[in-house]
Design a protein around this ligand. Structure first.
Ligand SMILES: Cc1cc2nc3c(=O)[nH]c(=O)nc-3n(C[C@H](O)[C@H](O)[C@H](O)COP(=O)(O)OP(=O)(O)OC[C@H]3O[C@@H](n4cnc5c(N)ncnc54)[C@H](O)[C@@H]3O)c2cc1C
Length: 390
């Protein structure tokens, strides 16, 4: 079904490069268009959980991932003030690789995989509007030129023109939370590949080492009334980040003391797209189901989507059947993940008092007495393998 098909992917991000590779490996002629003038990524970390890693593996990129990104041993939840361990989720199952990667490294792995599979990447192509039609989709580019393509995959992220074309305008709302991100070079490399969450009242901070432990990735979230812009590239004063976490454990204060280049953005909730496809246009990744970052699943969902969509297009003779098959396999899973991510912030941000003490005690005891029960709670998420033959 895919051999010789002309497919255009809008967006050379994680989902776009992955779906392009999966389609090209099955015989399609794939072009990826992106607004950027070079494929580069912001300096930030990304957790690739087993459900995303299986897709990279199936695309033949597993070895490159393992070489670039150490496997995480655990996610550890800690109390904010003293840093005491509250809960530990072991991630060291041999058959369930969980990686802590640098975004730039992952994008380079995916770009190379796509080019090796024969995908053509065209940069500097910012699309302003998308018009779905019965026999293709018309793209209008910045500068006024336009082009009609036979089949378009909208992997164009949070502010997707493809999503806008398929769905009536919906306004995201500010969640009352902002997040800082930064990477901090370390003098002495950290040996422990663990992701740590220090949980405080109305705030939490996630830290994990990247690139052999030379760099610490930081994402710090604070509840606040004021609005902050949505977007990754707004610089902020590191002093504001230090002030917000001044009552956190010494290891966090010491780390933040070294932060010199920090970015701040407002966290917004976007509704899931109601329509995932129309005519010969289909959405994938953040364009279909934007998520808050509190479960570290946005990129993993985009990877899962990529595999399922390529498979559906390969299996079904008719495009509409393929799109329906894809959406029916993805809609409820992505909705569940997005919902779980939204609830996580509440769990992290409990105020001191009896309720918080009880929740933390239950987590501590549960983790110690029945660690397998805790691990099983995440089986639906990490144990899902979209590449397994049904
Ligand atoms: C702080 C933070 C931490 C995160 N941590 C994790 C994590 O640990 N694990 C995880 O799984 N996810 C994480 N995520 C989420 C993850 O980064 C996203 O969900 C993921 O990148 C989505 O992939 P995508 O391919 O849908 O979109 P993107 O990767 O955003 O790619 C979209 C592409 O489309 C291009 N584009 C957009 N508009 C146009 C246009 N008009 N014309 C042409 N090109 C266009 C863009 O240039 C971009 O290259 C995190 C997110 C944040 C904010």
């Amino acid at each position: 079904m895919l051999i010789g098909q002309e497919i255009t992917v809008l967006g050379a991000g994680i989902g776009g490069l992955a779906v392009a590779t999966a389609l090209a490996q099955r015989g399609a002629h794939v072009r990826v268009l992106d607004q950027a003038d070079a494929i580069r990524e912001v300096g930030a970390g990304l957790q690739i959980s087993p459900n995303g890693a299986v897709v990279l593996n199936a695309l033949g990129l597993g070895d490159a991932l393992t070489a670039a990104a150490p496997r995480a041993r655990a996610v550890v939840l800690r109390d904010f003030r003293r840093g005491d361990e509250v809960f530990r989720l072991a991630l060291d199952r041999a058959d369930r690789p969980y990686h802590l990667t640098h975004r730039a490294d992952l994008i380079e792995i995916l770009r190379k995989g796509a080019v090796d599979a024969g995908v053509v990447v065209e940069l500097g192509r910012k699309v302003e509007t998308v018009t779905p039609g019965d026999r293709g989709a018309t793209l209008t580019f910045q500068g006024g030129s336009s082009e009609t393509v036979p089949l378009l995959i909208g992997a164009d992220g949070l502010h997707s023109p493809c999503r806008a074309a398929l769905n009536p305008a919906t306004r995201p709302f500010f969640t009352g939370q902002v997040a800082w991100r930064c990477t901090i070079p370390l003098d002495a490399p950290v040996a422990l590949a663990e992701a740590t969450v220090h949980m405080g009242p109305g705030r939490h901070i996630v830290t994990y080492p990247l690139r052999g432990g030379d760099l610490m990735n930081v994402v710090a979230v604070e509840e606040r009334d004021g609005w902050a812009a949505e977007g990754w590239n707004h610089r902020d004063d590191p002093a504001a980040l230090r002030a917000a976490f001044a009552d956190f454990a010494p290891e966090i204060r010491d780390l933040l003391f070294r932060a010199d280049k920090v970015y701040l953005w407002g966290l917004f909730r976007h509704p899931l797209a109601k329509h995932w496809s129309q005519g010969r246009v289909v959405l994938l990744g953040d364009a279909a189901h934007p998520t808050l970052p509190f479960l570290a699943q946005g990129a993993n969902m985009a990877l899962e989507d990529a595999w399922v969509l390529a498979d559906a297009l390969d299996q079904e003779d008719a495009i509409d059947l393929a799109f329906n098959r894809y959406a029916s396999q993805r809609r409820s899973r992505t909705a569940r993940i997005v919902d779980a991510a939204s609830r996580n912030a509440e769990n992290y941000h409990l105020r001191p008092g009896p309720y918080r003490a009880t929740v933390h005690l239950a987590l501590k005891l549960g983790g110690k007495l029945a660690p397998h029960v805790a691990a099983n709670r995440f089986e639906w998420l990490y144990g899902h393998d979209v590449t397994a033959t049904p």
